[in-house]
Design a protein around this ligand. Sequence first.
Ligand code: NAD
Ligand code: IPM
Ligand code: MN
Length: 354
Amino acid sequence: TGQVALGVIPGDGIGPEGTAEALKVLEVAAPSDLKFAQTSYDLGAERYLRTGEVLPDSVLEEIRGQDALLLGAVGGKPNDPNLPPGILERGLLLKLRFELDHYVNLRPSRIYPGSVAPLSDAVLAKGEVDFVVVREGTEGPYTGNGGALRVGTPAEVATEVSVNTAFGVERVIRDAFARAQKRPAKLLTLVHKTNVLVNAGQVWWRLFQEVAAEYPDVTTDYCHIDAVMIYLTTDPQRFDVIVTDNLFGDIVTDLAAAISGGIGLAASGNVNPDRTAPSMFEPVHGSAPDIAGQLIADPTAAILSGALLLDHLGHPEAAARVETAVLADLEAREPGQQRRTPEVGDAIAARVAG
Ligand code: NAD
Ligand code: IPM
Ligand code: MN
């Protein structure tokens, strides 16, 4: 309640196209006593190409002072010779997730009635699909703990070592158990590859068992990541809450998005559950350089990320209004209908207002 300092990082490609619509919907969805004081940050490929800056320290400190963040997407055109690979992904997006301690990367998936889900009718007939992936956000193979030797020679060696600390693994597992306990099915599945990645697997498995003992009402399950690819396409109803590491979580949530109606619908929250820094809400998709500038991107993922932001700020009713409006919009979509990005935003905003 009151004034919320909202930092907006529109970013690159379709990022700004989606955030514009998310902000439109946020304005109408917010309760009348909630006002957003917006600050927009010019960060991304364009700034880098113009100035060589990715995320100046002073900007990071300003961002740290916000109450919540909305991000579009970052990433330039593929193979741009002036844009070293990963410079924005590592230097901007991951830096924000790490610096702001976003250890819970929350990625919900539902198959909404009316959405174009690619699964067969036989699979869909098994029941409702509604699960959430709790992806660890600060460790794993994402930490930059690696290096390259003798680059360009036949003796080249490259490593990307996955970092798994007991502290980091336990805190995300605890968060996942607490979330599972609040859901009707109360089922938590650990996803890993403990049969091969035995060192990391051991710490995940042990801490999962230890925390499970404190949540006797939560049913637990375990799946190897490769088998999850099978189950998500043949029996997605078996999942309720999934907890997994940073890289497995990245991969599994693109598949989750694809089966539940497309990447244009998938929302996420990079959450700092301890609230020591602002959480950041963003669509799962990237900057989509292939369709950027045409205003044909689906802004629904950005809009639903705004709903997660409202929920995080303590406004679950406002978040539910956005979800209901999206659901109605999806049901009203006609196959083959091509609406422009702002038309989708307007339609959802009108339903929220209406
Ligand atoms: P992408 O998600 O940008 O695009 C994958 C495919 O999905 C493309 O065909 C694209 O047109 C389509 N798509 C994505 N969002 C859509 C939407 N809202 N509506 C309709 N179609 C949509 O993934 P990519 O092509 O692998 O990556 C492009 C750039 O984005 C890279 O630089 C990558 O590093 C970056 N990226 C950034 C983020 C982020 O900022 N959070 C996330 C993923 C990728
Ligand atoms: C995502 C993206 C990022 C990730 C990249 C762009 C760093 O794919 O948000 O899913 O791997 O986390
Ligand atoms: Mn991804």
